[in-house]
Design a protein around this ligand. Structure first.
Ligand SMILES: [Zn+2]
Length: 108
């Protein structure tokens, strides 16, 4: 179960990731009931419009320790969204590696 502390940390991490790798549209995190088979997802709303935005949904039931991993994974989808058709292709992999560099020097 996510806690308020875990959700606040995720929002802070999203701000830092967005500074490191500015997304093509604003990104929002929503904690939602995704059912037991899904822990995270990412989609683009209002594509082609000026108010286009990415929504990252993270399962409300996941543990706080898992939130960062899910956030990095979904944020890498945001970064590679326009770069490849393949869901988890090379651009996704590079974005994932770059995102984790945020914590490479001893961050939380
Ligand atoms: Zn994925």
């Amino acid at each position: 179960m996510t806690t308020e502390k875990g959700r606040a940390k995720a929002r802070k991490n999203l701000r830092e990731l967005s500074q490191l790798m500015p997304p093509s549209h604003p990104v929002r995190i929503i904690f939602a009931d995704l059912g037991k088979d899904d822990i995270g997802e990412c989609y683009l709303l209002d594509e082609g419009k000026t108010e286009a935005r990415f929504i990252i949904r993270i399962g409300r039931e996941v543990n706080d320790e898992l939130i960062t991993s899910i956030l990095v994974h979904e944020f890498a989808h945001v970064c590679s969204w326009y770069w490849e058709e393949c869901h988890h292709g090379p651009a996704f992999g590079i974005a994932t590696a770059r995102a984790w560099s945020l914590w490479a020097d001893g961050g939380e």
